[in-house]
Design a protein around this ligand. Structure first.
Ligand SMILES: *Cc1c(COP(=O)(O)O)cnc(C)c1O
Length: 429
């Protein structure tokens, strides 16, 4: 039976970034609870990923689950055109409590990529009057903003899907990637490329878009707060909307509720997603200032032109509201700090390992960058056999565990990585 399921899967079901004819293996999951994923074999493995940054309170969280079930008994979905409901009202009120006062107008989206599309459309519509029409975005290399076309168009032009679709993507400006690390000494040369582009093209740039402090899938690098501060200043100086993509970094992951807080700045348009529902289901949002929202409404066609069928889904809104109210109890701060300390104490010991070229830690994120590419299939199997769920990419093994994780679990995650990097067969030479 089990074999049949896996065979059916590999024949008929696409998985993220995978092939149908030669797919990577999949592991059948029966259930999940706390930090554990339970495989079909009955084996329980420790989750080091939070399901791609989302399940911050662990799986099957009793409060979130209870809330979701209550909402199921009430209403699971209704169209958002001409209708409002309590879950959406309560979520948006809750969101405004954790956001800067300037960010006031919320657009609910179905996923992170959609939130990026919406943000870019907002910037385009903001400029949409005859005198000032602008179409080009300015971003930085090494970025990742999602998989839909506008999102890909501002992903790194080399190390993402960007190059695959290059011929049909609109052309945007890419500043050199920030080089100065989060904790290093700042030097203004790092901003020069960005500065040149914004100064020379100010009248054509519709918006600046970037990930704050941490660039995720583009290489898991953390850049200097001064970089972000200067980006903010330059956007102010030239009156260009700043779009901040907090889809991965939001909701405490880097040690601040939002990563832009490290630089003490406020975006003009903010995208959130991933952990918004505590990993229970898909929901994202794009939030902007009254100034931008009203400017959009003053320009042709005098409305904002987006409206997904499942916009403001009550189930997703209700569980997101509860997730934020859990976060507002502020326990996450201690949890993330504890994880960060543990990573710092245990991982930096590995710095001299011949397989490792860099180790980076910020908040509840650890990045182990190796010299060689990883054999994903074999290393994944190695981790599962050891009892952990870690999914590396390229040369990078990273951990983004649920905030509720205990020290014994962290110990096992790190032990598994120590063993994996000692095993030559798990790398591609
Ligand atoms: C995951 C991610 C997205 C895309 O979100 P999806 O929900 O996968 O569409 C966009 N930006 C960043 C920084 C992300 O990490």
């Amino acid at each position: 039976m089990k074999q049949n399921n896996l065979q059916f899967n590999s024949k008929h079901i696409w998985h993220p970034y995978d092939s149908i004819s030669k797919p990577l293996p999949c592991y059948m999951i029966q259930s999940a609870c706390g930090v554990y994923l339970k495989l079909d074999s009955g084996l329980k493995i420790i989750d080091g990923m939070s399901s791609w940054w989302s399940a911050i309170h662990g799986y099957n969280h009793p409060i979130l689950k209870k809330h979701l079930v209550q909402q199921v008994n009430n209403i699971t979905h209704v169209m958002f055109g001409g209708i409002i409901h309590k879950p959406a009202l309560l979520l948006c009120k809750e969101l405004l409590k954790i956001l800067p006062k300037k960010l006031k107008c919320i657009f609910l989206c179905d996923s992170g990529s959609v939130a990026i599309e919406v943000a870019m459309k907002m910037a385009l519509q903001y400029w949409n009057n005859n005198k000032k029409t602008r179409r080009i975005f300015l971003t930085i290399r090494n970025g990742y903003h999602g998989d839909t076309f506008s999102a890909i168009s501002v992903c790194d032009p080399k190390n993402s899907m960007h190059k695959l679709y290059k011929t049909i993507l609109p052309k945007h400006f890419f500043a050199k990637k920030p080089k100065i690390f989060f904790k290093e000494k700042w030097n203004n040369y790092d901003i020069h490329s960005f500065l040149d582009l914004i100064v020379n093209n100010q009248s054509t740039i519709a918006g600046v878009i970037l990930e704050p402090i941490l660039q995720g899938i583009g290489g898991m690098q953390f850049y200097h707060v001064e970089y972000l501060k200067q980006v903010r200043l330059l956007c102010n100086m030239y009156d260009i909307p700043l779009i901040i993509d907090e889809i991965a970094t939001g909701f405490g992951r880097t040690g601040k509720m939002f990563a832009y807080e490290h630089a003490n700045i406020i975006p003009d348009i903010l995208c959130i997603g991933k952990a918004l529902t505590g990993g229970m289901m898909t929901l994202a949002a794009t939030i902007t200032t009254k100034k931008i929202a009203h400017q959009i409404s003053n320009n042709y066609p005098y409305k904002f032109m987006h409206g997904p069928t499942f916009m403001g889904n009550p189930l997703a809104c209700s569980v997101a509201q509860k997730n934020i109210s859990l976060l507002r109890k502020n326990i996450w701060k201690k949890q993330v700090k504890r994880i960060e300390k543990y990573f710092q104490n245990k991982l930096f010991l590995l710095l001299n390992h011949p397989r490792i070229c860099a180790i980076r830690v910020i908040g509840a994120i650890a990045v182990i960058e190796c010299y060689h590419n990883i054999n994903l299939k074999l290393m994944q199997k190695f981790f599962v056999n050891y009892g952990v769920w870690i999914r590396p990419f390229k040369q990078i093994i990273y951990l983004t565990p649920p905030y509720i994780i205990k020290t014994i679990h962290l110990k096992k995650l790190i032990q598994s990585i120590k063993l994996a990097i000692n095993d030559n067969s798990l790398f591609i030479f």
